[in-house]
Ligand binder design. Structure first.
Ligand code: HPA
Length: 266
């Protein structure tokens, strides 16, 4: 089974450039994942196979606040996945990030805490994972190298991702508040996905596609059509990036994520 996984966001429901080899239905102790997991291999045979899951379901029927993040991440792990890339659509709080560009966030602020099931450890087992750096440093470094090798433009290799619960978009004042708090991009699905992966010692990196300027940064009304259309235009670049990154990923992990649970129990 492949050790690399992709959780696709709005506009990414299959894996362009990859041939679907088989599908796996998984049931988890946390309920049903968003869809069947697709095992896929690159069309040209260059690079490893991947496990793909569309976060919002195969036909985009699950809104961000209803996604079963625990089941999705657990399912990936139960298939043997050790590294996940979460692809997500985001609004730009920072006006320097134009729609259509790709960002590799390095920090996150989670405004969904308390509103979503956000841990595997809510029973007798008391565990506090370290989340100083939410994203796997090794994966981030490899994705940056892949971008250079493929000439995929990353508008930034660092950004603070702000996660809101949705499904509504933000007010002007909320976006201004996030900006003052240090946020650069805003989305609805990046958390708790990243934290849940860490709790299972699975590496996780986010690749964020700017689909719009966030509320108040842009002059006009925000539309979902704009989000999905911009995402669709960036999909080829994202997949080129991920295919290369996966082919460059070292077989053995040498990051702290693989030992994330050591020293975390009471
Ligand atoms: N806000 C929140 N989530 C988003 C946005 C946004 O502007 N664009 C895409 N996902």
């Amino acid at each position: 089974m492949p050790k690399l996984g992709i959780i696709g966001g709005s506009g990414l429901y299959e894996v362009p450039g990859f041939i679907h080899l088989k599908e796996e239905s998984i049931s988890t102790p946390y309920g049903e994942p968003s869809a069947r997991y697709i095992i896929a291999g690159p069309e040209d045979g260059a690079g490893p196979q991947v496990v793909f899951l569309p976060r919002h379901g195969a036909k985009h029927s699950i809104p961000p606040h209803k996604v079963n993040y625990r089941a999705n991440v657990w399912g990936m792990r139960s298939l043997g996945v050790e590294r996940i890339v979460g692809v997500n659509a985001v609004g730009a709080i920072d006006p320097g990030f134009p729609p259509g560009s790709i960002v590799l966030p390095d920090q996150a602020i989670d405004f969904t805490q308390g509103a979503r099931e956000s841990t595997f450890y809510d029973g007798q087992d008391v565990v506090h994972i370290d989340f100083t750096d939410p994203y796997c440093p090794e994966m981030r470094e490899v994705i940056m190298r892949a971008a250079q090798a493929e000439g995929v433009f990353l508008v930034s290799t660092g950004a603070v991702y702000v996660c809101t619960n949705g499904p509504r978009l933000e007010s002007r004042a909320e976006i201004e508040f996030f900006r003052r708090a240090g946020g650069h991009i805003v989305g609805m699905t990046g958390m708790p996905e990243a934290a849940l992966a860490r709790e299972l010692q699975v590496c996780y990196a986010a690749v964020s596609v700017i689909t719009n300027f966030a509320a108040g940064v842009s002059a006009g009304k925000l539309t979902t059509t704009e989000v999905v259309e911009t995402m669709a235009k960036s999909t080829a670049a994202v997949m080129t990036l991920l295919k290369k990154a996966f082919s460059l990923m070292p077989e053995q992990r040498s990051c702290p994520c693989k030992d994330a649970l050591s020293g975390t129990r009471l």
